[in-house]
Design a protein around this ligand. Structure first.
Ligand code: SF4
Ligand code: SF4
Length: 367
């Protein structure tokens, strides 16, 4: 009796990323006309598997294309090729290089919390640039690259991108570990011959820290001798007998994993933050800062006090999308002009907390 075939096998990694693209309104189709392009009407065309580089995969290309869309802005999902000009002519081409670099910085930033920076690295001519990126992918960027990357990261942390990307990246990391486990268990005595090594085996998953975070972002470990105690995201106990907790693993409903301050740091270690350069929480991450009657700002800086009925708030600068007491820019860093006299709401907002990390994510300073 003939069997009727009712399902088609799809590589699980492909499946994760095809589903992610679909959730963002993109249908992936294979096409021999170019490596990757979009029609601006919901189709993402990718070259057939046999035309991809041997160490490339559909997942990497989909992620890379999404990073182009994110750095180009939300509207670009409705423009062919994300609104990018692909003619290698004149000044437009120079800007395309900047945009490609911003896209790669974003790709590395999104992959690093999952330890996947190497596994889903690009395979194009820009690979040398990607491999040479520093531990913090935003460091050493030109002002324009930095701005585009931060815009992309910021968008990636808003709906619907945040949930879709988080789920796809977490599933990819899980698959990476499962494949590595299976390969180890199947033939523990005989490592595979390098000529037969698959992409999965040539890039083993990083070990996990007690916090559950990866010990490496896929390319870089924490600086030598770095400990959780020196990390910006360690939250000290609030009362005697309580534990130190990692804020990178916190969520609104959970306080973060317990960690030991003298233990070695994970791959996402962050040195102490400088609020007088960052100001993420004062920019567009959060909107209003309420003022209490006892706050000095009332009499010291009345020009910064806004009133709406009985409610008093610090005025905002709608053009710069930040608190009106902030000066500076992404390049120089931001500075609060009334830091010594800032309202209690600002004083209670501490660096390294869950809300601080959330603010940094929303403005594109963290992944
Ligand atoms: S993010 Fe910081 S506190 Fe959390 S595990 Fe890594 S080094 Fe430790
Ligand atoms: S509290 Fe955090 S987000 Fe706010 S300025 Fe300081 S480092 Fe930046």
């Amino acid at each position: 009796m003939n069997r009727s075939v009712s399902a088609k096998y799809i590589d699980p990694l492909d499946h994760i990323w095809i589903a992610a693209a679909a959730q963002l309104g993109l249908t992936v189709e294979r096409s021999p006309h170019g490596y990757a392009h979009t029609d601006g009407k919901g189709k993402l065309y990718l070259a057939p598997t046999e035309e991809l580089d041997a160490d490339d995969c559909l997942a990497q290309i989909i992620l890379h294309e999404l990073c182009h869309g994110l750095t180009q802005g939300e509207d670009s999902f409705h423009k062919p090729d994300w609104g990018l000009c692909n003619d290698d002519q004149s000044t437009v081409y120079a800007d395309d290089v900047t945009r490609e670099r911003a896209c790669l910085r974003l790709q590395a930033s999104l992959l690093r919390p999952y330890g996947l920076r190497q596994l889903l690295a690009p395979t194009t001519d820009f690979r040398t640039f990607y491999d040479a990126l520093p531990r913090q992918p935003l460091d050493e960027a030109s002002p324009r690259e930095s701005q585009l990357t931060q815009d992309g990261l910021s968008l990636a942390h808003h709906p619907p991108y945040r949930r879709v990307l988080t789920e796809a990246l977490a599933a990819t990391a899980e698959l990476h570990r499962a494949v590595a486990r299976a390969a180890r268990n199947s033939d523990p005595a005989k490592p595979p011959s390098p000529s037969l090594m698959s992409m999965w085996q040539s890039v083993p998953p990083p070990k996990l820290h007690k916090s559950g975070l990866p010990m490496s972002d896929g390319m870089f470990e924490a600086p030598p001798a770095a400990t959780c105690g020196g990390c910006a995201f360690l939250k000290p106990p609030e009362k005697r007998g309580a534990s130190y907790r990692c804020q990178r693993t916190a969520a609104p409903e959970s306080p973060g994993k317990v960690v030991n301050p003298i233990a070695g740091a994970c791959g996402l270690f962050e040195p102490p933050l400088d609020c007088q350069r960052c100001a993420a929480c004062c920019r567009h991450a959060f909107s209003l800062v309420p003022i209490r009657p006892s706050d000095e700002i009332h009499w010291r800086h009345p020009q910064l006090v806004g009133r709406s009925g009985k409610d008093l708030t610090v005025l905002r600068d709608p053009e710069r999308r930040c608190c009106a007491a902030i000066e500076g820019d992404a390049q120089e860093g931001y500075r609060c002009l009334i830091y010594a006299h800032r309202p209690r709401t600002c004083r209670e907002f501490s660096a390294g907390t869950f809300n601080c990390l959330e603010a940094r994510r929303r403005v594109g300073l963290d992944a």
